[in-house]
Every structure is written in C-alpha cells, then in structure tokens.
Design a protein around this ligand. Structure first.
Ligand code: PNS
Length: 169
C-alpha cells in the first residue's frame, strides 16, 4: 500500500495544486491532502474551510483508484507523515525560484525521517506562475482569477470577500 501526503497551505487550492493531485494519484494507492494548520494573519480561509473546499473539489475530480482524504495537521510534517504511515511527500515545483526552498525542505525532511521520500512534480506550464498568494492579491484588488482556481473555490473567495467587506461597513 503506497500512501502519499500532499502537504501545503492551500489558501486557497489552485488549479496548479489540482493538476499536481491529478498527475500524482496514478502513482499511489492512497493520498492525503494535508492542510497545514498554523496561525497566519494573512490567511483568507481557516484550515477547516480549506479542507472542506478541497474535499468538495475532489468529489468532482477523477482520482482513479487512489483513495483520497483531506486533513489538517500541525507540527512537523514528517511526524505527521510517519503517524499516517506515508512513504512519500508530494510537492510541485513551478520555477527555479521554488527549487531552492523545496530542496532545502526535502533534505531537512529526509534527515529527520530517512524512510520518507519527497516526490517532485513539475507544475503544468499553464499554471507555472500561479500561487495562492498572488491569486489572493489579484483577487482582493479586483482582478480576475477565473480559470486559475476551481469554480467552487472562486465562488467561496467571492463569498468570503463579501463577508470581509460587510464587517468593515
Ligand atoms: O503551500 P506551502 O506553504 O508551500 O507549504 C509549506 C509546508 C506546509 C509544506 C511547510 O511549511 C511544512 O512542511 N510545514 C510544517 C512544519 C514543518 O515540518 N517544517 C519543517 C519543514 S523542513
């Protein structure tokens, strides 16, 4: 049984993340999308909202025979991965700028837990510039994010933004 963890902030899930999920599920029997639960003042969605959103998007996604789960975790990723008996951590790399951070993280994780491999997938070209942080910035300044996030995520972003605006009035 090959179980992988796909960890991240996912605030929110983008089409780039979804592409990585779709391309990595044929490699594993089980995959847990793991949302990091750390206090972040600039977060748009809380971890529960992110998990719910991802789970809803995955219902509409073809994940072959791979069993999917969505959870939040706190603490060290390798401790969580070990507790879940995962053999791999999946990460997407978009550009050279990601490489440095990702390699350092993978090597540190390998040192902490030699039995867990990090598997890197190159981001699809059309999403190689897409990040949750940039999307949030564009969206909150009134720019279009259509096609860069799943439709359900775009709807939730609009709803959340309306709620935020309402509290300011
Ligand atoms: O989507 P992100 O923000 O790039 O994901 C980063 C994440 C969640 C994978 C990373 O911050 C992480 O693993 N956090 C858990 C704490 C941890 O294990 N830190 C040491 C990493 S070497």
């Amino acid at each position: 049984m090959k179980r992988a963890i796909f960890p991240g902030s996912f605030d929110p899930l983008t089409k780039g993340h979804l592409d990585i999920i779709e391309r990595s599920v044929p490699l594993f029997d089980e995959m847990i999308v793991a949302v990091v639960d750390n206090p972040d003042k600039s977060a748009m969605f809380n971890p529960e909202e992110r998990c719910r959103m991802i789970a809803e998007v995955l219902v509409e996604t073809d994940t072959n025979d791979c069993t999917m789960a969505v959870e939040s975790f706190s603490g060290l990723l390798v401790d969580y991965a070990r507790a879940r008996e995962a053999s791999a951590i999946v990460r997407g790399i978009r550009a050279v700028s990601d490489y440095d951070y990702e390699v350092r993280m993978a090597l540190m994780n390998k040192r902490l837990e030699p039995d867990i491999e990090t598997v890197f997938l190159m981001a699809a070209e059309e999403y190689s510039y897409v990040s949750s942080r940039l999307l949030k910035q564009v969206f909150t300044l009134g720019g279009r994010v259509e096609g860069l996030v799943p439709e359900l995520v775009e709807e939730r972003m609009k709803k959340k933004w309306a709620e935020i605006q309402a509290t300011k009035e």
